[in-house]
Design a protein around this ligand. Structure first.
Ligand SMILES: Cc1ncc(COP(=O)(O)O)c(C=O)c1O
Length: 380
């Protein structure tokens, strides 16, 4: 009997995959540092591509991860109750209105799985965060998109016009990724008030912590008893992207429904412990992080203007830069990579002529601006 390996890769049986998958553009994440080091032979590489915060986890979170390490022999608390209780106390909600998950990305999948079937629709702004689009497409649902306002924020009138009898979910990403624009608190309320009753509004507040005072606060809207869901994460301002932990705030009935489709042991014990500890440490450590981000964002934006580029006004920890054409955006991206700086071309987010740069530490932002000056001279 021959033990030779097969010469051609095995084909899958015809009709095995769900037809909906054929139309889905899989999410391509920002490139890892190690990839770029290997491929381009550049030893010092910085990553400003995935909007992680530039700071390490908060001191209490690092301690909590250490303390949780010996316990990973056993499964984590499936309900993540310590985290729910801590969030409930801070946000004035019932723990049953809170669902922790493996990042907002994980929760988006569960929401789409629980709510959407072929023939249903979601409505969202575009360019925007593509996980919502992908999550709906995987279910075979339609995606209706509304153009943004010139400042890169959601145009809520245009979004309302995309709501049909088939719409199940209407998503407002604010601050929006990849543009950085946010909607106003008053206009968001008016938008929610005017939505028809068959629609679930979802506010994706992944960058909530970066918003200036007086901005919208999805947790307060949920606390008022409104029928909406709010998504937040520990991946950005809290520096826990690698642990995968975020949460949904919503009516208890929706939390229970997602409980049916979610993975039971979704959030690891170190992630739960680190999230709880981060909340306890946040009053001490978050304000300095947020204010450094704001001043570095202003510095980076003015550095870009000096290079003849005009980033969109951003309320988050990144800037979107329009290069005028997809070719120029890809050329700038490639020229930055050769200089060891990873940014994010945003074609998949619906902005093919742009790149998005995450605000990093001061020395990283300075290096980005220096590399951008050289790269622009190279690509003209
Ligand atoms: C708008 C938006 N929502 C959700 C996410 C996903 O965050 P998480 O790391 O919690 O999965 C991101 C991450 O970039 C985002 O930009």
């Amino acid at each position: 009997m021959s033990t030779d390996p097969p010469t051609a890769p095995a084909a899958l049986p015809h009709g095995l995959l769900r037809p909906a998958l054929a139309g889905v553009d899989a999410y391509e994440p920002g490139r890892p540092i190690e990839d770029v080091q290997r491929e381009l032979g550049v030893s010092s590489v910085i990553k400003l591509a995935s909007n992680e915060g530039p700071f390490p986890p908060m001191p209490a979170a690092i301690e909590a991860i250490r303390a949780a390490a010996p316990g990973v022999r056993v499964y984590p608390d499936p309900g993540a109750w310590a985290l729910r209780d801590a969030l409930a106390a801070r946000l004035g909600l019932d723990p049953l209105q809170i669902l922790p998950g493996a990042g907002v990305d994980g929760l988006i999948k569960f929401m789409c799985l629980a709510l959407l079937e072929p023939g249903d629709e979601i409505a969202m702004g575009w360019p925007s965060f593509l996980s919502w689009r992908v999550g709906a497409q995987i279910q075979g649902a339609g995606v209706r998109t509304a153009a943004l306002r010139a400042d890169g924020s959601y145009d809520l009138d245009a979004l309302a016009a995309e709501v049909t009898d088939r719409t199940k979910i209407v998503v407002v990403v604010s601050p929006n990724n990849p543009t950085g624009g946010a909607v106003g608190a008053g206009e968001l309320r008016a938008f929610l008030d005017a939505l028809p009753g068959h629609v679930l509004p979802v506010i994706d507040e992944a960058y909530f912590e970066y918003l200036p005072p007086g901005s919208h606060d999805g947790a307060a809207l949920v606390a008022e008893g409104r029928p909406l869901a709010v998504m937040r994460t520990f991946s950005k301002a809290y520096g826990l992207a690698g642990l995968r932990v975020g949460y949904m705030l919503a009516p208890a009935a929706l939390v229970a429904a997602l409980g049916v489709v979610r993975n039971v042991f979704d959030v690891s014990a170190p992630a739960q412990a680190a999230a709880v500890a981060s909340l306890a440490d946040s009053d001490e450590h978050l304000p300095a992080r947020i204010s450094l981000n704001a001043s570095e964002r202003a510095m980076t934006a003015s550095g870009l203007r000096a290079l003849g580029l005009e980033p969109l006004p951003s309320t988050a920890n990144f800037l979107l830069i329009d290069l005028g054409s997809p070719e120029r955006a890809l050329a700038l991206n490639a020229a930055l990579l050769r200089r060891g700086v990873i940014v994010r071309p945003t074609r998949a987010f619906g902005a093919p002529s742009c790149v998005r740069v995450t605000i990093g530490l001061p020395e990283e932002n300075a290096r980005f601006l220096g590399a951008a000056a050289e790269a622009l001279a190279e690509i003209r």
